[in-house]
Design a protein around this ligand. Structure first.
Ligand code: 5AD
Length: 338
């Protein structure tokens, strides 16, 4: 074990569950550092010293679901709910385009007012205005026919984290109205339709074990997602998981490195939750193999209301400032924002 494991990861040689558990738990600083440098090298070799910017538009914090970890769950009655109008969303896109974003990410809770037709129409309008901009959706679980309609209207990518690849663990994180099987079916449908598909999990969510994380790695080996978003679990004060500890930044970073070695071409963001838990979390994500950041384009008036977890960063900065700030952070570490 040790450097041998990193060699196997780099060369895509078979690797055992025990080896993955070892690399996730070892306290050996030299091994952890060689994992990190191997992952950063692969990221730079594959993607250059370039970090891709995705303009995130949080279109609605209404949600019919009751995921136990999530601050915008339906039964959080403390939260002021909003849903951006098409006009507001198009304004965000315009600002994003002016700032040079080549991808818009429309993310939201499972808002029952997001009818198939409304979202189809919205995508058509964005596609017509910005023929060369990628449209990424992150709107949760839907029927395959909805995904197909949105793809046909011009959406290119879809983010749907699997959250955990252990069905028993999935049950402990979600209400009984949701199922692991449906989640996985949605991911398969998205891939079949032709979406560039993203998935991922929270790290350190309540009841998660190291074995669960190994299952997550195996699941993604099978799925071969185009994008992999992982971030530490961060408690939200008005959820049933309020009293659980936050996930580990160290294990999140190790996982980013392992995933980079296993999926050299995947787009892996340095996520907001990582930036929330660790000072310079985004930069650390990049040093561990991430190649994407997602600055916020949502109107600042609603930023705080898209509260998936407590103390989420960048809630005050206007889109332009937030992009500028991230651009400087990235330049300071010798990379370029694209
Ligand atoms: N901590 C960290 N991540 C969270 N998400 C939702 N709630 C939390 C939380 N409390 C993540 C989920 C979801 C993504 C949009 O945000 O993984 O897929």
């Amino acid at each position: 074990m040790n450097n041998d494991i990193i060699f196997k990861l780099k060369e895509h040689l078979p690797i055992s569950d025990e080896e993955l558990q070892f690399i996730l738990t070892t306290g050996d600083k030299a091994i952890i550092e060689s994992l990190r440098t191997a992952a950063q090298d692969v990221a730079v070799h594959q993607h250059g010293k370039i970090i891709k910017a995705r303009g995130l538009i949080e279109i609605s914090n209404r949600c019919k679901n009751n995921c136990l970890y999530c601050g915008i769950r339906a039964s959080n009655s403390e939260l002021h709910r909003y849903s951006l109008s098409d006009k507001e969303i198009l304004e965000c896109c315009e600002m994003g385009d002016n700032l040079g974003f080549k991808t818009f990410v429309l993310q939201g809770g499972e808002d029952v007012e997001h009818t198939t037709e409304r979202i189809t129409n919205l995508i058509s309008q964005i596609r017509a205005r910005y023929p060369h901009t990628a449209i990424t959706l992150s709107l949760g679980e839907r029927d395959k026919s909805d995904y197909q309609a949105w793809y046909n209207a011009g959406a290119n990518r879809y983010l749907l984290r699997h959250e955990t690849a252990n069905p028993e663990h999935y049950k402990r994180l979600h209400p009984s109205t949701m199922s692991f099987e449906n989640r996985i079916q949605c991911l398969k449908n998205l891939k079949e339709i032709g979406f560039e598909t993203g998935t991922g999990m929270m790290v350190g969510s309540p009841y998660q074990t190291i074995d669960d994380l190994v299952s997550d790695l195996r699941f993604m080996e099978q799925l071969q997602p185009h994008m992999i978003g992982i971030g530490p679990f961060v408690p939200h004060h008005s959820t049933p998981f309020a009293k659980f500890p936050a996930g580990s930044v160290d294990i999140t970073l190790r996982l980013i490195s392992i995933l980079r070695l296993m999926h050299p071409k995947a787009n892996i963001p340095a996520t907001t939750s990582l930036g929330t838990l660790a000072k310079n979390g985004r930069e650390m994500g990049i040093f561990h193999g991430a190649n994407v950041v997602m600055p916020n384009l949502s109107p600042t008036t609603h930023r705080k209301e898209y509260a998936l977890y407590d103390n989420k960063i960048c809630t005050d900065l206007e889109a332009a400032e937030s992009r500028k700030q991230i651009e400087i952070q990235i330049q300071n570490i010798g990379y370029t924002l694209e």
